[in-house]
Write a protein that binds this ligand. Structure first.
Ligand SMILES: Cc1ncc(C[n+]2csc(CCOP(=O)(O)OP(=O)(O)O)c2C)c(N)n1
Ligand SMILES: [Mg+2]
Length: 916
């Protein structure tokens, strides 16, 4: 019985083979009719008409309940068609030779390092896949520092560093001795660090990128910061670019893609991402069962980036031209990455059978080609012409950032054991056969004997290769990467700028946050420094009382303010403008931190010195973006981090996730970060001036982390005593001695048991209250010290210790903390709003029992008084801990603590808050 439309619609079974054939034929005919009509419309009405028509059809389908898949994907072919491809202007043969030599040297330095020292590590396969992507950049695009544009800023994929060193070697910028000492930084000649670290190679690397994901995010904010400087007329507008090279596996990091919508929104056409899509990460395929390139295309296009896919090399152009009915393109789009990876290792016959073999029409397309020719068809990322065309398009594109998704093979050219294999990322050595293969594939002019030692190879000074590559770099403005830093032209302001803060607030109460914000305003109004201050906030300006800044200094917006702000009638309205000074980043601590890095490295990267102040909720600071903070120090960032609403018991109400009692511990692990927990306005004034002095007058690459709180209290004047300013900076100074308090209160302190109370931040006030309690009610005479920084005290003491053991025959030096507490302290009680490990950290240098009171454990929503009681850091607990230690030391009788326990309502059986 023959099938017809009626019998189908009448409900005849659809699962017979005949029925399915019929459906497919009908589908095909119908599809052809639609395609023909579309072509007609294109001919008669042009592309705009086709677009309108398709949009109309989409609306119609939606109206009728057909939900169309949302897709930002285009077919799996190069975005730039052959017809639109600009011709490659370079000398292909010469550039290939240069690139091959760099490939060889990059490989040779890693192989040598691993033969010399088993397990020293290094990466061959990443650069092997990215060599063309870099070389087209070096020969034609990356502008050096002498270029009139100011030079491009290039973020290199961290573990492609061997290739970047190898190029610098060919350019004569790195000696062979240094390449011989890759990953041997302590070598006499100065070895080479594993990855891009400005801290370790300050005249070479600009951006620390090897912690995956951070580079792309930092680069986006760097590109935006260039715009900020330009719009604020601190930097001449230029068409310099920020290039970012990253791996396809790296895009899984939330930071890598987390800020891409900002880049599109800000229309950062000075930003170019190049994703090296070798389809592999460390362990295996990035998306074995999918297509990472299509996925990334959708993500980037979805937010408005210009996406250029560079998938297929020139060898494919001819085949694609023959693919009039789109069979090949369709097949390209359906093969998953795991399978594509297999094609790169399995050989031409496998490709013929598995890729083309699924359809006889496809098979026929490649009948004329040998298996080898099939296998050798290059991918887009290995073809200079395709890569050049994409870079050309990217650098000329206006209105949005560009991402180039370039398909490559991981370990390209590394032979059978490396290329495209899952283990390639870990490959560190090549055997003799593989070295010979490498030499042959890339025509390296070395004999069989020479090859075995994997020597470095540099063509002579007068060789065409050398002349060409140097000429290209000269034409582009000099070497890349290169990091240059001039001394800062900025100077710390005179102390008078902060004069009021040294005098105290009298009866008026103020929080240190308020105080700091007033200081920042003074800095912003300063005639020389004002314009260079970059206040950065992640949607929390009002919390810190900074809304007064909105109108006076403006919020930076590249678009100005194209709306009437809802509070325009208000004196403090939300004012956005193109020359606004505040970077109000919205809710992104990582993004804000990236802005902090851009501003804090501005002197070296743009020549414009800037002083960033990043003010954030202290709990959502270092713990949230710790790795970025580490990278910031590596990048030699200078600036101020202000952890506001800080202190586990000082920030009341907000509870467990908000109350920070450990950021100072986190800050203490970063070598160039100085962290302070100031109690009073004048301490902050001293620290802000000192920070600017060190960063600019002294050109030190340091950051200052200051916590400020929202507890209001009277701000005292600076004590009129020697060494207070120095003590604030070094970490402690005597705030009020027992004798001073005794004199004030008419109590004779002679002969009373002594103690030293250390207080920090808001808890200093509790220590002062405890001092009064102890003197008045218990006949104990403690001194009270303000400890502004345990970590600075500890660092200095460790340094002194080290000197002492290295100089056994010289008189031992005394650490500052030991000097301060005197030769014979009786008892030290340290109270902090942070972990007990802070006071503990100086115990070694204190020759007396040390009791640490702190806020280990989770915070709670409660009042300040309740919190300080719970964590045992209030005046009562400080006093009781002091008495208790004195009783144990037999300086007081036991009856004193029995009485105190009652008076002060101390419950000795209460559970430890650290575990609650
Ligand atoms: C945050 C972080 N996690 C892990 C690593 C270790 N690591 C280095 S490279 C790599 C795989 C990278 O794959 P991909 O981004 O695709 O780069 P490819 O080498 O393939 O170009 C990993 C896991 C790292 N450097 N940073
Ligand atoms: Mg990869």
């Amino acid at each position: 019985m023959s099938m017809d439309a009626r019998s189908i619609s009448d409900g005849a079974p659809l699962d017979t083979p005949q029925a399915q054939d019929w459906v497919e034929t009908q589908d095909w005919v119908e599809t052809q009719e639609w395609v023909d009509s579309l072509r007609d419309v294109l001919r008669s009405g042009g592309p705009e008409r086709v677009t309108r028509l398709l949009q109309q059809l989409q609306i119609e389908a939606q109206k009728n309940g057909v939900s169309l898949p949302v897709t930002s994907q285009t077919p799996y072919v190069n975005t730039i068609s052959v017809e639109h491809q600009v011709p490659f202007p370079g000398d292909r043969a010469l550039e290939r030779r240069i690139k091959s030599i760099i490939r060889w040297n990059a490989m040779a330095m890693v192989v040598e390092a691993n033969y010399k020292s088993e397990g020293i590590g290094g990466h061959i396969s990443t650069y092997a896949s990215a060599a063309t992507l870099y070389e087209v950049g070096f020969n034609h695009f990356f502008r050096g520092p002498e270029h009139p544009s100011g030079g491009d800023l290039v973020y290199f994929q961290g573990h492609s560093s061997p290739g970047i060193y190898a190029r610098a070697y060919l350019e004569g910028r790195l000696s062979p001795q240094r390449l011989h000492q890759f990953r041997r930084e302590f070598a006499d000649v100065g070895g080479l660090p594993s990855y891009p670290h400005p801290w370790l190679m300050p005249d070479f690397w600009q951006f620390p990128t090897v912690s995956m994901g951070l580079g792309p995010m930092m680069a986006i904010y760097q590109a935006r910061f260039l715009r900020y400087l330009e719009q604020r007329e601190l930097l001449a507008p230029s068409d310099r670019k920020v290039w970012v090279f990253l791996g396809d596996g790296e895009t899984d990091e939330p930071e890598a893609l987390g800020a891409i919508s900002l880049a599109a929104r800000e229309q950062l056409d000075n930003l170019i991402f190049v994703v090296n899509c070798n389809l592999q990460r460390l362990d295996g395929p990035v998306r074995g069962n999918g297509q990472i390139i299509q996925e990334l295309e959708a993500v980037f296009r979805g937010v408005g980036w210009n996406v250029l896919k560079v998938l297929w090399g020139s060898e494919w152009d001819e085949l694609l031209a023959k693919d009039t009915d789109g069979l090949l393109v369709r097949r390209m789009g359906e093969v998953v990455d795991g399978e594509y990876q297999k094609y790169s290792v399995a050989g031409g016959a496998y490709v013929r059978e598995n890729f083309y073999g699924v359809d006889p029409r496809l098979e026929r397309m490649v009948n004329h080609m040998s298996d080898n020719a099939l296998w050798k068809m290059r991918l887009g990322g290995h073809d200079v012409e395709k890569v050049y065309a994409a870079y050309h398009e990217a650098t000329n594109h206006r209105g949005s950032p560009t991402v180039i998704l370039a398909r490559t093979i991981k370990g390209y050219g590394l032979g059978e054991s490396g290329e495209g294999r899952n283990v390639t990322h870990q490959q560190k050595k090549l055997n003799e056969d593989e070295l010979l293969h490498f030499r042959d594939q890339f025509d390296i002019p070395l004999s069989d004997e020479e090859v075995t030692g994997a020597p470095l190879f540099r063509p002579g000074a007068e060789s065409p290769e050398n002349r060409y590559l140097l000429a290209r770099r000269r034409a582009l403005g000099g070497p890349v990467p290169s990091r240059r830093t001039a001394p800062s032209p900025l100077r710390a302001p005179a102390e008078e700028l902060f004069g009021e803060f040294f005098e105290g607030s009298g009866e008026r109460k103020a929080s240190t946050t308020m105080t700091f914000v007033r200081m920042l305003a003074s800095l912003l109004r300063h005639p020389e420094l004002g314009k260079r201050i970059v206040p950065i906030v992640p949607d929390e300006a009002r919390t810190f009382g900074m809304e007064t800044f909105f109108r006076e200094f403006g919020i930076y917006s590249s678009k100005g303010q194209n709306y009437e702000p809802v509070d325009s009638g208000n004196l403090l309205y939300y004012k956005e403008s193109t020359d606004g000074q505040i970077l109000e980043e919205g809710l992104t601590e990582a993004g804000s931190f990236s802005s902090f890095i851009a501003a804090g490295t501005s002197l070296t990267n743009t020549g414009v010195a800037a002083i960033p102040f990043f003010i954030f909720y202290s709990m959502f600071g270092l713990q949230r973006v710790g790795d970025l903070a580490w990278a910031a120090s590596d990048a030699r960032t200078r600036g101020f981090l202000i952890g506001a609403t800080a202190g586990r018991t000082t920030l009341n109400g907000e509870g467990l996730q908000h109350q920070d009692g450990h950021s100072h511990v986190l800050a203490s692990v970063i070598p160039t970060m100085l962290s302070y927990d100031p109690a009073y306005a004048y301490e902050i004034a001293v620290l802000v001036r000192e920070g600017i002095r060190r960063m600019h007058d002294e050109n030190e690459d340091v950051t200052f982390y200051l916590t400020v709180t929202n507890e209001s209290y009277q701000q005292p004047p600076i004590p009129q005593r020697e060494g207070v300013r120095q003590g604030i900076v070094k970490g402690m100074y005597l705030f009020r001695s027992a004798d001073e308090l005794g004199a004030e209160q008419g109590i004779d302190t002679a002969g009373l048991p002594r103690a030293q109370l250390l207080g920090s931040g808001a808890i200093l006030n509790e220590a002062l209250a405890a001092q009064e309690l102890l003197l008045r009610d218990y006949g104990v005479a403690p001194d009270v010290w303000s400890v502004t920084s345990y970590s600075e005290l500890r660092r200095e003491a460790m340094d002194v210790d080290r000197w002492n053991w290295l100089h056994p025959s010289e008189a031992a030096r005394l650490p500052y903390v030991t000097q301060m507490l005197g030769a014979d302290p009786t008892l030290v009680v340290g109270a902090t709003d942070y972990l007990k490990s802070l006071p503990d950290s100086i115990a070694k240098w204190v020759d007396a029992p040390l009791v640490s009171l702190g806020t280990d454990g989770f915070g709670r929503s409660a009042t300040r008084a309740e919190l300080r009681d719970f964590f045992e850091v209030d005046a009562r607990h400080i006093a009781f801990a002091t008495l208790s230690a004195l009783v144990r030391d037999e300086a007081l009788s036991e009856s004193v603590t029995q009485q105190a326990m009652e008076d002060l309502k101390i419950n000795p059986e209460r559970a430890n808050p650290a575990t609650l």
